[in-house]
Design a protein around this ligand. Structure first.
Ligand SMILES: Cc1cc2nc3c(=O)[nH]c(=O)nc-3n(C[C@H](O)[C@H](O)[C@H](O)COP(=O)(O)OP(=O)(O)OC[C@H]3O[C@@H](n4cnc5c(N)ncnc54)[C@H](O)[C@@H]3O)c2cc1C
Ligand code: FES
Length: 256
């Protein structure tokens, strides 16, 4: 099935001053997305910006496919003004999804900032089996908290300024979690998405404690489907394309 399709904007509303939730309704049946996959979305009406922008699959509803996006530059500024009924072109779902955990293994979900967009679909899939650690700069930037609390077995949040949850980083939350469970033998698997420096620290903590896991990387992208090599990262198995072999990689594979 072709991954290129056109879709109508069904809804596009703000969740805070810079983050929006957009729902797109494809004109024809599009391939089903897996948690961790992403779509390249047309940003604007003209040739500037020329390239589509990558966004993680957030959720599928009866209204269509949803994405959660933060306004960063030109493309996302144009997207935030998309009105209901507008038609845009999209490519997806692209990339690899998160691998499923082995039986009896508890998923540890770690999200920083808009990394929650990718982690949310996992939380939904694991229906009450996962433990979530989620951090943002401030209270206003912690998104969809009530839904997440319902979806996860346990959830802890933190902010840089202490305006909600604990005043610390998600790395501190992960360390606390592991230290409080040292006497327990439960097997865990880590799934993390967020800024690269956060993913590096989280991966090192997990590796140190013998926890397996996966990170979803967000590199700048041009084509989104493996043709331009614009998104390569260094791994222990050579250079890999984030859009094709990723965006999800085992934590021990990335050379930070
Ligand atoms: C696989 C993948 C999934 C993503 N999922 C989401 C998501 O669910 N929600 C969301 O808000 N964002 C997500 N992003 C990031 C998003 O694609 C960028 O923020 C967006 O492309 C910026 O476009 P722009 O035209 O507004 O900004 P530009 O004008 O292109 O750039 C503005 C600033 O953003 C930086 N930037 C551009 N692209 C990226 C990127 N890929 N990662 C980090 N910084 C970038 C630039 O370096 C620049 O500093 C994802 C990126 C990838 C690769
Ligand atoms: S964005 Fe072109 S190869 Fe990944």
């Amino acid at each position: 099935m072709s991954r290129y399709f056109r879709a109508k904007i069904a809804d596009n509303h703000s969740l805070n001053s810079k983050t929006f939730l957009i729902t797109i309704s494809p004109f024809k049946k599009a391939p089903a997305p897996k948690p961790g996959q992403f779509y390249m979305i047309e940003a604007g009406d003209s040739y500037d910006p020329l390239l589509k922008r990558p966004f993680s699959f957030f959720r599928k509803t009866s209204g269509g496919i949803q994405f959660l996006y933060t306004v960063k530059g030109k493309g996302t500024s144009l997207m935030k003004d998309y009105k209901r009924g507008k038609v845009i072109s999209i490519i997806g779902p692209l990339g690899t999804g998160y691998p499923k955990p082995e039986k009896g293994v508890t998923p540890l979900l770690v999200a920083g900032g808009t990394g929650i967009a990718s982690i949310f679909s996992l939380a939904e899939n694991f229906s009450k089996r996962s433990c979530l650690m989620y951090g943002a700069k401030c209270k206003d930037e912690l998104l969809i908290i009530n839904e997440l609390k319902c979806l996860c077995n346990k959830s802890v949040v933190c902010t840089d300024d202490g305006s909600a949850g604990e005043k610390c980083t998600v790395a501190d939350l992960l360390n606390n979690f592991i230290n409080s469970r040292l006497a327990h033998t439960d097997p865990y698997v880590l799934y993390a998405c967020g800024p690269k420096p956060m993913l590096e620290v989280i991966s090192r903590i997990a590796i140190k404690h013998g926890i397996k896991g996966y990170v979803s990387l967000e590199e700048n992208m041009a084509c989104g489907f493996g043709a331009c090599l614009g998104c390569v990262v260094k791994t222990v198995n050579g250079y890999k394309r984030v859009c094709k072999e990723g965006p999800v990689f085992p934590i021990e594979e990335i050379i930070w």
